[in-house]
Design a protein around this ligand. Structure first.
Ligand SMILES: [Zn+2]
Ligand SMILES: [Zn+2]
Ligand SMILES: [Zn+2]
Length: 200
Protein backbone atom coordinates (compact mmCIF):
# COMPACT_ATOMS: atom_id res chain seq x y z
CA UNK A 1 0.00 0.00 0.00
CA UNK A 2 1.59 3.21 -1.15
CA UNK A 3 1.98 6.11 1.24
CA UNK A 4 -0.05 9.14 0.24
CA UNK A 5 0.11 12.72 1.45
CA UNK A 6 -2.62 15.31 1.55
CA UNK A 7 -2.42 17.70 -1.36
CA UNK A 8 -3.27 21.37 -1.45
CA UNK A 9 -6.00 22.63 -3.75
CA UNK A 10 -4.67 23.13 -7.29
CA UNK A 11 -5.23 26.88 -7.36
CA UNK A 12 -4.90 28.25 -10.84
CA UNK A 13 -5.55 31.37 -12.83
CA UNK A 14 -6.50 29.24 -15.82
CA UNK A 15 -9.90 30.16 -17.24
CA UNK A 16 -12.74 27.74 -16.46
CA UNK A 17 -12.77 26.47 -20.07
CA UNK A 18 -9.38 24.84 -19.56
CA UNK A 19 -10.68 22.79 -16.69
CA UNK A 20 -13.47 20.86 -18.37
CA UNK A 21 -13.69 17.48 -16.70
CA UNK A 22 -10.82 18.26 -14.34
CA UNK A 23 -10.94 16.89 -10.84
CA UNK A 24 -8.82 18.17 -7.95
CA UNK A 25 -6.96 15.34 -6.22
CA UNK A 26 -7.05 15.20 -2.43
CA UNK A 27 -4.09 12.88 -2.03
CA UNK A 28 -0.99 12.08 -3.98
CA UNK A 29 2.28 10.17 -3.82
CA UNK A 30 4.90 11.26 -1.33
CA UNK A 31 7.66 11.47 -3.93
CA UNK A 32 7.41 11.72 -7.68
CA UNK A 33 9.62 12.34 -10.68
CA UNK A 34 9.84 11.69 -14.39
CA UNK A 35 12.52 9.30 -15.60
CA UNK A 36 14.43 12.24 -17.00
CA UNK A 37 14.57 14.24 -13.78
CA UNK A 38 17.81 14.25 -11.85
CA UNK A 39 16.08 14.24 -8.45
CA UNK A 40 12.89 13.28 -6.65
CA UNK A 41 10.30 15.98 -6.13
CA UNK A 42 7.19 16.28 -3.98
CA UNK A 43 3.68 17.08 -5.20
CA UNK A 44 1.91 20.15 -3.91
CA UNK A 45 -1.35 19.57 -5.77
CA UNK A 46 -2.76 17.29 -8.41
CA UNK A 47 -5.40 17.39 -11.11
CA UNK A 48 -6.97 14.46 -12.87
CA UNK A 49 -8.08 15.31 -16.38
CA UNK A 50 -10.08 12.88 -18.50
CA UNK A 51 -6.90 11.61 -20.21
CA UNK A 52 -4.08 12.37 -17.83
CA UNK A 53 -3.02 13.25 -14.31
CA UNK A 54 -0.74 16.21 -13.58
CA UNK A 55 1.05 17.00 -10.31
CA UNK A 56 2.31 20.48 -9.55
CA UNK A 57 5.50 20.28 -7.51
CA UNK A 58 6.51 22.50 -4.60
CA UNK A 59 9.50 23.81 -6.54
CA UNK A 60 7.40 25.01 -9.46
CA UNK A 61 7.89 22.14 -11.90
CA UNK A 62 5.09 19.81 -12.85
CA UNK A 63 4.95 16.17 -13.91
CA UNK A 64 2.23 14.22 -15.56
CA UNK A 65 0.91 12.78 -18.74
CA UNK A 66 -1.51 10.41 -20.33
CA UNK A 67 0.54 7.25 -20.01
CA UNK A 68 1.21 6.95 -16.32
CA UNK A 69 3.88 4.30 -16.70
CA UNK A 70 6.14 6.55 -18.71
CA UNK A 71 4.93 9.96 -17.50
CA UNK A 72 6.17 9.70 -13.94
CA UNK A 73 7.23 7.31 -11.23
CA UNK A 74 6.38 7.52 -7.55
CA UNK A 75 8.01 6.42 -4.31
CA UNK A 76 7.18 6.29 -0.63
CA UNK A 77 10.85 6.82 0.08
CA UNK A 78 13.47 7.57 -2.58
CA UNK A 79 15.97 4.75 -3.10
CA UNK A 80 19.18 5.22 -1.11
CA UNK A 81 21.60 7.55 -2.79
CA UNK A 82 19.07 9.24 -5.06
CA UNK A 83 18.82 12.99 -4.43
CA UNK A 84 15.69 14.86 -3.42
CA UNK A 85 14.82 18.40 -4.51
CA UNK A 86 15.60 20.63 -1.53
CA UNK A 87 12.92 23.18 -2.36
CA UNK A 88 10.27 20.48 -2.51
CA UNK A 89 11.46 18.77 0.67
CA UNK A 90 11.59 21.98 2.71
CA UNK A 91 8.29 23.37 1.52
CA UNK A 92 6.48 20.06 1.86
CA UNK A 93 7.64 19.76 5.46
CA UNK A 94 6.96 23.42 6.21
CA UNK A 95 3.45 23.21 4.81
CA UNK A 96 2.62 20.16 6.91
CA UNK A 97 2.93 17.24 4.49
CA UNK A 98 5.45 15.65 6.86
CA UNK A 99 5.07 15.10 10.58
CA UNK A 100 8.71 15.80 11.25
CA UNK A 101 11.05 18.27 9.69
CA UNK A 102 14.11 16.97 7.84
CA UNK A 103 16.33 19.33 9.84
CA UNK A 104 14.72 18.72 13.23
CA UNK A 105 13.87 22.42 13.33
CA UNK A 106 10.35 23.74 13.16
CA UNK A 107 9.73 24.72 9.56
CA UNK A 108 6.96 27.04 8.43
CA UNK A 109 5.78 27.55 4.89
CA UNK A 110 2.48 29.25 4.16
CA UNK A 111 1.27 28.79 0.59
CA UNK A 112 -0.50 31.79 -0.90
CA UNK A 113 -4.11 31.88 -2.09
CA UNK A 114 -5.27 29.16 0.27
CA UNK A 115 -6.75 30.98 3.26
CA UNK A 116 -10.07 32.82 3.09
CA UNK A 117 -9.65 36.47 2.07
CA UNK A 118 -9.99 39.16 4.75
CA UNK A 119 -12.09 41.28 2.42
CA UNK A 120 -15.21 39.46 1.30
CA UNK A 121 -15.11 38.40 -2.36
CA UNK A 122 -18.67 39.73 -2.64
CA UNK A 123 -17.44 43.27 -1.94
CA UNK A 124 -18.49 45.86 -4.52
CA UNK A 125 -20.26 43.21 -6.55
CA UNK A 126 -23.45 44.17 -8.33
CA UNK A 127 -24.81 40.64 -8.44
CA UNK A 128 -23.53 38.74 -5.39
CA UNK A 129 -26.33 39.83 -3.09
CA UNK A 130 -30.02 39.45 -2.48
CA UNK A 131 -31.67 42.79 -1.98
CA UNK A 132 -33.58 43.02 1.28
CA UNK A 133 -36.96 44.78 1.58
CA UNK A 134 -36.42 48.52 1.51
CA UNK A 135 -33.57 48.30 -0.98
CA UNK A 136 -30.92 49.74 1.31
CA UNK A 137 -29.23 46.52 2.36
CA UNK A 138 -28.38 43.22 0.78
CA UNK A 139 -27.62 39.71 1.97
CA UNK A 140 -24.14 38.90 0.65
CA UNK A 141 -24.28 35.62 -1.28
CA UNK A 142 -20.58 35.05 -0.71
CA UNK A 143 -20.37 35.36 3.06
CA UNK A 144 -23.93 35.57 4.34
CA UNK A 145 -23.61 38.98 6.05
CA UNK A 146 -26.07 41.81 5.58
CA UNK A 147 -24.36 44.92 4.23
CA UNK A 148 -25.46 48.27 2.79
CA UNK A 149 -26.12 48.68 -0.92
CA UNK A 150 -24.75 51.75 -2.68
CA UNK A 151 -24.72 53.24 -6.11
CA UNK A 152 -21.23 52.78 -7.55
CA UNK A 153 -19.49 53.37 -10.84
CA UNK A 154 -19.39 56.60 -12.77
CA UNK A 155 -22.27 58.65 -14.12
CA UNK A 156 -22.02 56.79 -17.43
CA UNK A 157 -22.14 53.32 -16.00
CA UNK A 158 -23.94 53.47 -12.66
CA UNK A 159 -24.53 50.23 -10.85
CA UNK A 160 -25.94 49.23 -7.53
CA UNK A 161 -23.54 47.19 -5.46
CA UNK A 162 -22.93 45.80 -2.02
CA UNK A 163 -20.27 47.77 -0.17
CA UNK A 164 -16.76 46.50 0.54
CA UNK A 165 -16.84 44.51 3.77
CA UNK A 166 -14.86 42.02 5.84
CA UNK A 167 -15.52 38.37 5.09
CA UNK A 168 -18.43 37.10 7.17
CA UNK A 169 -18.61 33.77 8.94
CA UNK A 170 -20.83 32.15 6.35
CA UNK A 171 -18.30 32.26 3.52
CA UNK A 172 -19.19 29.73 0.83
CA UNK A 173 -16.78 26.81 0.33
CA UNK A 174 -13.95 27.59 -2.09
CA UNK A 175 -13.56 26.23 -5.60
CA UNK A 176 -10.53 23.90 -5.58
CA UNK A 177 -9.16 25.67 -8.65
CA UNK A 178 -10.17 29.33 -8.29
CA UNK A 179 -10.78 29.58 -4.55
CA UNK A 180 -13.12 32.56 -4.02
CA UNK A 181 -11.74 34.68 -6.86
CA UNK A 182 -14.32 33.98 -9.56
CA UNK A 183 -17.60 33.85 -7.67
CA UNK A 184 -20.73 34.59 -9.63
CA UNK A 185 -24.38 34.56 -8.65
CA UNK A 186 -26.69 31.92 -10.00
CA UNK A 187 -30.25 31.39 -8.81
CA UNK A 188 -29.61 33.30 -5.64
CA UNK A 189 -26.45 31.38 -4.75
CA UNK A 190 -22.76 32.08 -5.13
CA UNK A 191 -20.94 29.62 -7.38
CA UNK A 192 -17.53 29.64 -8.99
CA UNK A 193 -17.60 30.76 -12.62
CA UNK A 194 -16.38 27.27 -13.57
CA UNK A 195 -19.53 25.73 -12.11
CA UNK A 196 -17.94 24.11 -9.08
CA UNK A 197 -19.31 25.01 -5.72
CA UNK A 198 -17.57 23.00 -3.07
CA UNK A 199 -14.08 22.15 -2.12
CA UNK A 200 -13.19 18.47 -1.89
ZN1 LIG B 1 11.14 19.99 -6.62
ZN1 LIG C 1 -19.75 39.12 1.96
ZN1 LIG D 1 -13.70 27.37 -10.17
Amino acid sequence: MAVTVLLLPPVTSAPPDYLAGAEALLEGPRFVRTRGMSRWHRPRSGVRYPERTVFDLWCGYAVGGSDRASAYITADEPPAGEPVCATCEGRAAGAGQEQTSPTGRQLLFSPRHIDPPKTCPGSRSSDLFTELPGGRAGLCLACGDVQPLRAMGGPYNPRYAIVQHPTGRGLVPPCPFHRWRQLTARNGRALCACGRETTP
